[in-house]
Design a protein around this ligand. Structure first.
Ligand code: GUN
Length: 277
């Protein structure tokens, strides 16, 4: 039987509707500051989608855009200014940063209370000890999509093909916090299919179109595709959707899966930050 489609767009709209109600109870509109360095069309598109989602639920977004040649010190100084600006509730530094930047130095400059991406050592560290405060938006969006299927994660074999701080690392900890068994794969993993084939829940986010083929997926698995790439004019994920949907029990589409969920979770984190401050 073909897989059930996990509709990330619909789920994200439900989250945004709930978040909108929380916003209406606040005395002041929450404010999200977005720091963008360089002119990558993909980053510009993501930032624009975040701005549109903010507008939809009554969150004010402010863009701090720098050209590629800006120094790391200038960007860190901007982040610090936003930390001490009481009118700003959330700060997001769009990744990737230029190659000459030390990403961790910039991310560490963000005050943990305003770190709506959950990328600071403090927030990632808390997650590692089971305290879930500010969590990576892609990782929490993925958990919400898995849970929307009604699956209990305890004891499930989960395989993540990604080991970044955006997806793989926070997601590993979220899944461990739910007592799942987690294998984390990446570009140096040997025999990837040995791991993917064993997974009750397979999550992939590599940006390599067609990486995950039907033969690599366990029958009845839940398949979450957080990969994104452009093939011609089409936006595609990592999974060979048409064949994999024949054996999976549930699958996310690309686009319309992890993308809108990431944005909804970002807005949710921003409102949470505003409520806490
Ligand atoms: N670049 C790709 N995904 C993300 C994300 O979730 N947050 C930030 N800040 N940058 C990204």
């Amino acid at each position: 039987m073909p897989a059930k489609l996990i509709d990330g767009k619909k789920l994200s709209e439900e989250i945004l509707a709930k978040v909108g109600k929380r916003v209406s109870k606040l005395k002041q509109k929450p404010v999200l500051a977005v720091v963008l360095v360089g002119n990558s069309p993909a980053s510009q598109l993501y930032v624009e989608k975040k701005r549109q989602a903010c507008e939809k639920v009554g969150v004010q977004s402010k863009l701090y855009s720098f050209c590629e040649s800006v120094s790391q010190e200038e960007v860190v100084a901007q982040v610090k200014e936003l930390n001490s600006d009481k009118s700003v509730n959330g700060i997001l530094v769009q990744l990737p940063l230029p190659k000459n930047f030390d990403r961790n130095t910039v991310l560490e400059a963000v005050s943990p209370a305003k770190d709506v991406d959950g990328f600071s050592a403090e927030n990632l560290g808390k997650l590692a000890i089971g305290v879930e405060e500010m969590i990576s938006c892609t990782a929490s969006g993925i958990i919400k999509m898995i849970e929307s299927t009604g699956t209990e994660l305890k004891g499930k074999n989960c395989c993540i093909v990604n080991h970044s701080i955006v997806v793989g690392r926070p997601l590993t900890m979220l899944l461990l916090n739910k007592n799942a068994t987690v294998s984390v794969c990446h570009q140096f993993t040997k025999n990837l299919s040995e791991f993917t084939k064993n997974a009750d829940v397979l999550i992939t986010a590599t940006g390599i179109p067609g990486l995950i083929k039907k033969e690599m997926v366990k029958e009845g698995a839940i398949v979450i595709d957080a990969g994104i790439a452009r093939v011609g004019k089409k936006v595609v994920g990592d999974v060979e959707f048409d064949s994999v949907k024949e054996i999976a029990s549930a699958i996310t589409p690309v686009p319309g899966g992890a993308g809108p969920m990431t944005i909804a979770c970002l807005i949710e984190n921003t409102v949470k930050a505003a409520e806490n401050q």
